[in-house]
Design a protein around this ligand. Structure first.
Ligand SMILES: [Zn+2]
Length: 329
């Protein structure tokens, strides 16, 4: 499950300090701490076709209180961690989940001591360098959205990601994660800079999302469409761009072979007009074009040895040269 840093807090610092100081050995002043907000998790269905129930989010918001988050690229400095000192469940106005419930997320406030070793980190957060938050937790119940069976006790045969008819409508089968029993550490994961700040990665258990190959596989399997993250979309778009470039090369090559076929046909089979041959090549596959090119070239070589002809220098064989002009390619 992933969230993201959303924004810097503009809240009641006195209240925040009270919360923070529950976790510190001595009382900290407002100048000594740096605070920021992160989205820990939400109730949207993720890539693994799992989602938290709102009830589970409530529990998680309590379980994550006091938990420290580490910065993945700074594992060496183990002291460099932020601690969650306040959490809240937030329902985002006018935003619905893919299955039609109001979109709800756990927003946590975290603090870092403002000390020298944290300066760079604070700068990174401050400068808007994007980070995602990845959280780990344990749940007691894993409920099938179609039949309600708890997979932890009695697995059913419904397949996650597959659509089933339910109450006259179709529903994508997913697992509802319920009754969290424990919340583990949370961590910051650096994400590519093009991601927008504040975007909550809904389907991101794997860093960076699906590969192009995985997306293509999913597309083949998808019965009801496919959700792609912003990151995956840009990955797919750059793949398509690359493919377009390859296609342009292939097209240029095909055109070149077609032109050769038409020209060589003029030598090998002069009774076929170039207009006719040109039309014929348009409907031919590249493989067929290559066969024709080779055959016409051999025939043309018989009729008119091409290499010596092309090697003829101006003025040496003027007469022959002028006769052959029409056949030069
Ligand atoms: Zn089921």
């Amino acid at each position: 499950m992933n969230g993201a840093i959303i924004k810097h807090m503009q809240t009641d610092m006195t209240h925040d300090l009270e919360c923070i100081n529950q976790y510190t050995r001595r009382p900290f002043t407002a100048q000594e701490v740096y605070t920021f907000s992160v989205v820990l998790c939400d109730n949207e269905i993720d890539r693994d076709f799992e989602r938290f129930s709102v009830e589970a989010l409530h529990t998680l918001s309590q379980l994550f209180l006091g938990k420290t988050g580490i910065f993945d690229h700074n594992m060496k400095t183990s002291n460099q961690a932020a601690r969650i000192y306040d959490t809240a469940l937030e329902t985002v106005k006018d935003k619905m989940t893919s299955y039609g419930e109001p979109y709800t997320r756990v927003v946590a406030k975290a603090y870092l001591p403002r000390c020298e070793k944290n300066t760079d980190l604070i700068m990174e957060i401050e400068s808007g360098m994007k980070k995602e938050v990845s959280v780990g937790c344990a749940v007691a119940e894993r409920i099938c959205s179609v039949c309600g069976a708890n997979q932890a006790l009695a697995p059913c045969s419904h397949k996650q990601g597959k659509s089933y008819g339910k109450n006259g409508t179709k529903e994508v089968c997913h697992i509802i994660l319920n009754q969290p029993t424990d919340a583990y550490e949370w961590s910051f994961v650096a994400v590519p800079a093009q991601r927008e700040a504040g975007v909550i990665k809904m389907f991101g258990k794997t860093k960076g999302g699906m590969t192009v190959e995985q997306m293509i596989e999913k597309m083949k399997e998808a019965e009801d469409g496919l959700f792609l993250s912003r990151e995956e979309i840009s990955k797919m778009l750059s793949h398509l761009k690359e493919m377009e470039e390859y296609a342009a090369c292939g097209k240029a090559y095909r055109e070149e072979v077609s032109r050769n076929v038409v020209k060589l046909c003029g030598l090998a089979q002069p009774q076929i007009s170039s207009e006719v041959m040109k039309r014929v090549t348009e409907g031919m596959s590249l493989e067929d074009l290559k066969v024709f090119e080779k055959a016409f070239r051999l025939k043309a070589e018989e009729v008119m040895p091409l290499s010596p002809q092309l090697a003829v220098t101006k003025g040496t064989e003027n007469k022959k040269s002028s006769q052959n002009q029409a056949f030069k390619i």
